[in-house]
Design a protein around this ligand. Structure first.
Ligand code: NAD
Length: 306
């Protein structure tokens, strides 16, 4: 038997196993975004569901902005237990929900919806995922300072959860693009509603950047710079001179696994973390909200990235 035939038989056996498991009682979990076919979330959640023997299936649906309202109405009526929301629907979805969490309100975006018998609650697990990933690495941030590069969705999710988790001050640096003004308003809102001091600065202001990174425990990239494609091989770091061995350096990007930014950090002797732990933990937080179960993270990691 050739390898490809062998693989085809193995695949058919797996499909048959899945087919036998789907019954009239199987519940649906979903992801709505556009585009979405590239997402790792269906594999991540279905691996976890299968490992724990939970009677759910997680599917991705291409939903663009004009169809969002209809899609939410359908998901609510069909009592889909929960779903993830990604671009372009993360902000827009809020107006169709019954409640949103404090974090989702401060961020101004939801990536997770929980449907309790037709009552929809919006959550944002990106920041939860990032902070859980830091804790897993043994990085202590309570009462400390951190510096973020980026003022988009990921940055605001991290800043908000860091503030809610007791980080004392959060310095956000961004270039003066469309995200800047919005970032300023968000930073003010987080400062007002939490005990953290959150400030936004121009990424070109090198003096302030140096001063902020100097006493930060963590330096995080939450921009797209370094992501596979057009921005791959670039780093958002305005001056690698800020790097020092006791700085923990993270990138939200998971493709490529090691960005230019993380290469610079490693060269300076820093401990680093890429975007995969954040991705896994944001999924695990949503999984727990929907099913009440802890995601089997080691199993998912081993199979998802095998
Ligand atoms: P976004 O579009 O909301 O924000 C983009 C950010 O990048 C903004 O701050 C923008 O100013 C900055 N930026 C873009 N191009 C730039 C350039 N050329 N120079 C300097 N700054 C630039 O995007 P987002 O949703 O915040 O996502 C940002 C990154 O985080 C993406 O790579 C995404 O894949 C990653 N992410 C990872 C996870 C995870 O679980 N690991 C979760 C969310 C996002």
């Amino acid at each position: 038997m050739t390898k490809s035939t062998f693989e085809a038989v193995a695949e058919a056996q797996v499909s048959m196993e899945v087919a036998q498991k789907i019954t009239g009682r199987t519940e649906l979990l979903a992801l709505i975004a556009y585009p979405i076919r590239h997402s790792d979330s269906p594999r991540m959640h279905n691996l976890a569901l299968a490992k724990l023997g939970l009677d759910y299936a997680y599917l991705a649906f291409e939903v663009d902005a004009p169809d969002l309202e209809d899609a939410i109405r359908a998901l609510r009526v069909l009592k889909v237990r929960g779903w993830n929301v990604s671009m372009p629907n993360k902000m827009e979805v809020i107006k169709y929900l019954d409640h949103i969490s404090t974090a989702a309100e401060l961020i101004g975006a939801c990536n997770t919806i929980v449907n309790d018998n037709g009552v929809l609650r919006g959550e944002n697990t990106d920041g939860l995922g990032y902070m859980a990933a830091l804790r897993e690495q043994g990085v202590e941030t309570r009462d400390k300072k951190i510096t973020l590069i980026g003022a988009g969705g990921a940055a605001m999710a991290i800043a908000t959860q860091a503030a809610l988790d007791g980080v004392a001050s959060i310095h956000i640096f961004n270039r003066r693009d469309d995200f800047f003004a919005k970032g300023e308003a968000n930073a003010a809102k987080i400062s007002e509603k939490t005990n953290a001091k959150v400030s936004l600065h121009d990424l070109d202001d090198l003096e302030t950047f140096h001063a902020c990174v100097k006493d930060s425990a963590v330096l995080a990239n939450a921009t797209n710079v370094g992501f596979k494609g057009k921005l791959e091989g670039l780093s958002p770091l305005p001056d690698p001179g800020v790097l020092r061995p006791d700085l923990f350096v993270t990138d939200s990007i998971y493709a490529p696994r090691k960005t230019k930014f993380l290469e610079q950090a490693e060269a300076a002797g820093c401990r680093t973390m890429n975007g995969i732990p954040m991705m896994l933990h944001q999924g695990a937080a949503a999984f727990k909200m929907w099913t009440g179960n802890d995601m089997p993270l080691d199993y998912v990691k081993d199979h998802l990235f095998a």
